[in-house]
Design a protein around this ligand. Structure first.
Ligand code: ATP
Ligand code: MN
Length: 461
């Protein structure tokens, strides 16, 4: 018999029909003559209940139908007598594909802590919470592509191994095939000549520089790939391996960039509300009663836009005691960003025109010589969700900044070439995919919105 997914079966009104489902047992309740087994196959958060009249089965036949086991059940679809489900299966045959010993299966009971589940990341997709998160992660990834595709953007695959160390020196993971016991050192320097690429290489911290090259030919592009940062900060918002979406658009200036970022975020959140209602309801009930309202609020309200300088003025005079002091010229901490969003404006905020010293070399310089056309989008509960800017398209100004920062012109020759040959105003930004997932799922820790988190001292699964 053809297997039917539980998601489809729960919608069916074809009572009396013969059906076959396959999935994992979530719970089993026994009485004298009947067993109720709840089965989930990952297609939807809800389980289907199979009713097994035990006298119809040989003794011992059902002993392996235990929480965690994988089963195939055939039977008749009937209208449910019990509360909480519309249909159930009156089982006629039960086959166990894989047993799960009740003595050792770690997900025997409900209600494990998220911390405990992180230690069994190989099994946590079997819980309601991680099923919901992983389905939503898929929905959001799909929506990212749908948004850009509908606007005519080209998806560009930028390299994961990079020879450019300009962006995040110190934060980068090295890539090498050298024998670590025999590193060739000359005059205190490693000689990479005989390494795989013949030069020092690392895992990328961002696809942006390559993305810019593509935008200078295709006009509107985006990247969506893994990025790696060896920042040793054990926070609830940083991973060593995370996914980033980076659109880059020729002829866009800072205002266009802000409009694109706001439209994009609203589109994604709206997509979640419209397409993930079961999972969202579950997460709202279990973790954050206000979750769905918070998502609606973001879709329905304009983001506040103000300059870094204005933001710093508000923070300096707000009377709130911060752990880190705010002064013009210092980078804002998450506590400052969240104060502006959650306490002062009570709306998402786009901060612009940051001091050039705390931003990257490629950002377009403002006429005052002090600030650059940066923009960070700040979200409630998270702080920075997007970082972006209009790029410096002027060759002389860009090279002056590169020299000022003591960066290597020689290594960056290919990037600087775009400003030599047919340069154009352009802008882009990076959305951290897991920061988005934190927002739409209401989870508090970034380790819980990626299947297998990579953080300092943690790469087990
Ligand atoms: P933060 O100040 O929060 O550390 P950043 O300024 O270093 O972030 P950018 O270099 O601007 O971040 O990267 C663009 C986006 O990538 C950020 O807005 C954020 O959403 C995401 N991001 C950056 N670092 C991480 C990380 N370690 N883990 C997960 N997401 C990250
Ligand atoms: Mn940033």
């Amino acid at each position: 018999m053809q297997r039917i997914k539980i998601k489809d079966l729960l919608k069916s009104t074809n009572y009396g029909s013969k059906v076959c489902i396959k999935g994992w047992v979530r719970s089993k309740r026994d009485s004298k003559t009947v067993a109720f087994v709840a089965i989930n196959d990952g297609s939807i958060i809800h389980n289907i209940q199979a009713v097994i009249d035990t006298p119809n089965f040989e003794e011992d036949y059902l002993k392996d139908v235990q929480t965690g086991a994988c089963v195939k059940i055939e039977g008749t679809l009937v209208q449910s007598q019990g509360k909480g489900q519309s249909v159930e299966i009156q089982a006629s045959s039960v086959e166990v594909y894989g047993k799960a010993d009740p003595e050792t299966f770690p997900l025997q009971k409900k209600g494990h802590s998220l911390e405990f589940l992180r230690e069994i990341a190989h099994l946590r997709p079997r819980t309601n919470t991680f099923g919901a998160i992983l389905r939503m992660r898929h929905a959001m990834a799909f929506a990212v592509h749908q948004f850009f595709n509908s606007k005519g953007f080209v998806y560009v695959h930028t390299p994961i191994i990079t020879g450019a160390d300009c962006e995040g020196a110190g934060e980068m993971f090295r890539v090498t095939t050298m024998d670590l016991k025999k590193i060739p050192i000359e005059n205190g320097q490693v000689n990479f000549e005989n390494d795989f690429f013949g030069k020092e290489t690392s895992l990328t911290v961002s696809g942006q520089l390559n993305g810019e090259l593509a935008a200078m030919a295709l006009g509107e592009i985006y990247t969506f790939g893994p990025t790696f940062r060896a920042e040793n900060s054990n926070t609830s918002r940083h991973l060593a391996e995370f996914w980033m979406i980076e659109p880059e658009v020729a002829f866009n200036e800072l205002d266009d960039n802000m409009n694109l970022a706001e439209d994009f975020l609203k589109y994604l959140v709206k997509y979640a509300l419209e397409n993930c209602s079961d999972d969202l309801e579950f997460l709202t009930n279990l973790y954050d009663k206000e979750l769905i309202n918070k998502l609606k609020f973001v879709v329905e309200n304009d983001f506040i836009r103000l300059t870094y300088t204005e933001g710093v003025e508000i923070l300096k005079h707000c009377g709130h005691k911060f752990e880190y002091k705010v002064d013009w010229g210092t980078d804002l901490q998450s506590e400052h960003e969240r104060y502006l969003v959650e306490k002062h404006f009570k709306k998402p905020v786009i901060l612009t025109n940051y001091p050039k010293e705390i931003k990257a070399f490629y950002m377009k310089q403002d006429a005052d010589g002090k600030t650059v056309r940066a923009m960070d989008v700040l979200f409630p509960g998270i702080g920075e969700i997007i970082g972006g800017s209009q790029r410096e398209e002027n060759y002389e100004k860009l090279i002056a900044r590169v020299r000022e920062l003591g960066m290597s012109e020689k290594e960056l020759w290919w990037y600087l070439d775009t400003r030599k040959f047919g340069t154009a105003p352009h802008a882009g930004f990076g959305l951290g995919f897991e920061r988005l997932m934190l927002f739409v799922t209401g989870m508090g820790n970034i380790r819980d919105v990626i299947p297998f988190p990579r953080t300092p001292k943690n790469a087990e699964f």
